[in-house]
Design a protein around this ligand. Structure first.
Ligand code: NI
Length: 205
């Protein structure tokens, strides 16, 4: 913002113009935050929806299979060097911290790298963080559809000439979905287990 004042402009007009701009920026900023977090009471953000994927045994699963429980959904991939393992460790820790409320929460890890993350791979990976986390995969089309519904960004990033020489860029957000499957709110994925547990508890009401 250019706040240089023209000496010939009456100071009040500059002040009011600046205040108006600031107010506009604040309102847009707050609106954007509320819109994203769905905390303005009417959840205008369409996040989630029907998905059909495969569980760790290669069995078809849909969002409806988790009705009655909150789903704590995270998209990532097992070859992820840092963000995914850190997040899943925190989620496992959050499940411990939730105490009895954990029985009402099902953490889901959905891969964005179905080429390498076959059912046995996601099963083994999710289990390594705690038995409560369920790993899901699917065909590239099924994964793409689920990611789109959750507004998850992901893209292959080549690191060499070989077929496995790539990493996946992906957005990193935890989504809490209600027992009816509807979006409840986002949870920051870069928080500690205690912080995630506190956020989830708050969103569960
Ligand atoms: Ni990752």
């Amino acid at each position: 913002m250019n706040t240089t004042t023209n000496p010939k402009t009456p100071p009040n007009r500059v002040l009011y113009a600046t205040m108006g701009l600031l107010l506009a920026v604040l309102l847009i900023g707050a609106g954007g935050f509320l819109w994203l977090s769905g905390q303005n009471g009417n959840n205008p953000v369409s996040i989630g929806g029907p998905f059909t994927l495969e569980d760790g045994n290669g069995k078809s699963v849909t969002d409806r299979d988790f009705r009655g429980k909150y789903m704590l959904v995270y998209f990532g991939y097992t070859f992820c060097p840092d963000v995914c393992p850190t997040t899943l460790n925190a989620v496992a820790d959050a499940m411990d911290k939730l105490g009895p409320a954990a029985a009402r929460v099902q953490p889901l890890f959905i891969t964005v790298d179905p080429k390498r993350d076959t059912p046995p791979v996601v099963k083994l990976y999710a289990a390594a963080f705690g038995s409560s986390i369920e790993g899901l995969t699917g065909t590239p089309e099924q994964v793409a559809k689920a990611a789109k519904a959750y507004r998850v960004y992901y893209a292959e990033h080549r690191t060499g000439p070989g077929p496995d020489d790539y990493s996946m860029d992906h957005s990193s957000v935890l989504y809490l979905m209600g027992p009816d499957g509807a979006f409840v709110g986002p949870v920051r994925a870069d928080e500690s287990g205690s912080e995630i547990a506190a956020d989830v508890k708050k969103l569960m009401g």
